[in-house]
Design a protein. Structure first.
Length: 320
């Protein structure tokens, strides 16, 4: 009987899979990371029982979620939905049906569009879109993850080419001997005990073209694309590979790009919040960027922990 593998600390209580260090594994790693970051960009104030994680996850994958008050449960709810009719003149969805889930039966709802001039009725809801285009962000995240995974693999290949810039071509009967030789090199052992069968003159090599400039160019390309990905998430980024300092115009341009990405991301959410507060005045829903809020809390906490400067007694000069 084979010995059972001991569970790692991160596997205690649940099963998990660690992506392999290849192109597919890097793609999964980047996709999961950018998905988590995209879902954590906003901070919502929601009624009790409404999950911010479920809201942002549904917007990320499907681009649409519904907020309404369910008279069957006497509470506000968030639910996945599908449109049941064609859009109106302004391309707004006018009616939806919530998706059946275990323990939950979907219902038909009319969409509250803001021109009613009254609170919403029991069979009305407010739609929340992921952006003004109403296109889920998962496709863009997959594209960014695929490109970064490709660049990372190219950097790994270029690094290995610099470490071993030539490939040895040997006879089949000497394969084990030279496998042990290169294993000694990897382990850092500077000598190798060889038998008489080892013939250095019988070895030919193939140059695989390792070039330090290629590795440098790949790293700069990867960092530049990473900065572009940060800007699409609304995170200000600057090119750190430039030797000279960034001028003020370049910094302002980077800030404008990230600000525009933030506006595009929060616009539809802010509009949905306005409709929700008009349709359900007692819901108390709000949304804001989590990054600024977290930075403000951190600075406020640091300010409280900062010691006050000592006061000097007896050294004040009298002013005549």
């Amino acid at each position: 009987m084979s010995k059972r593998r001991k569970a790692e600390p991160w596997e205690w209580g649940f099963s998990t899979s660690v992506p392999e260090l290849n192109k597919s594994g890097l793609f999964i790693d980047y996709k999961d990371m950018f998905t988590a970051w995209s879902m954590s960009r906003f901070r919502w104030e929601l009624p009790q029982g409404c999950s911010q994680r479920f809201l942002e996850q549904t917007l990320f994958y499907t681009g649409l979620i519904v907020f309404y008050r369910d008279s069957r449960y006497d509470r506000y709810m968030l639910a996945k939905c599908t449109a049941t009719t064609t859009n109106n003149l302004q391309d707004d969805v006018t009616s939806v049906r919530t998706v059946d889930m275990p323990g939950y039966k979907g219902i038909d709802l009319d969409c509250y569009l803001g021109h009613e001039g009254r609170p919403a009725s029991d069979n009305e809801c407010v739609l929340i879109h992921c952006n003004d285009l109403r296109v889920p962000e998962i496709a863009r995240v997959k594209r960014v993850a695929a490109t970064l995974a490709e660049l990372d693999m190219s950097i790994q290949i270029a690094s290995k080419a610099l470490r071993n810039s030539r490939i040895a071509i040997i006879g089949q009967d000497q394969a084990l001997t030279y496998r042990n030789l290169f294993r000694k090199i990897d382990e850092g052992i500077p000598f190798f005990t060889a038998s008489q069968t080892v013939d250095p003159d019988a070895i030919t090599s193939l140059d695989i073209g390792g070039n330090p400039q290629n590795l440098k160019a790949l790293r700069e390309e990867r960092n530049q694309y990473w900065n572009q990905a940060m800007v699409t998430l609304g995170i200000a980024a600057a090119n750190q590979d430039k030797k000279e300092r960034l001028v003020e115009d370049e910094v302002a341009a980077n800030d404008e790009h990230s600000t525009l990405a933030r506006v595009a991301a929060i616009n539809s959410r802010a509009y949905a919040v306005e409709l929700i507060n008009a349709a359900f005045p007692d819901a108390g829903v709000s949304v804001k960027w989590a990054v600024e809020e977290q930075n403000f809390e951190t600075k406020e906490r640091e300010q409280k922990l900062k010691p006050e400067p000592p006061t000097q007694i007896g050294n004040e000069k009298e002013v005549e």
